[in-house]
Ligand binder design. Sequence first.
Ligand code: SF4
Ligand code: SF4
Length: 58
Amino acid sequence: MITVDRHKCGHCGACVGVCPANAIELINRWIELSDECIECGACAKVCPVGALEILNEG
Ligand code: SF4
Ligand code: SF4
């Protein structure tokens, strides 16, 4: 799953634009992640502050 560190996020919106699954929304400076995420890692790569992280379960 993908997680966001809301203390790091600067609300730039870059992650929203790169997500191929449209799993990220930026609403009133608040990142919302949906379970549409396919864990491609694109958002984590593009985030300038490293606020997004893919956590492997198990
Ligand atoms: S890991 Fe990929 S699919 Fe998941 S939220 Fe990030 S860009 Fe979207
Ligand atoms: S790319 Fe990073 S800093 Fe920009 S909105 Fe997404 S999580 Fe926040």
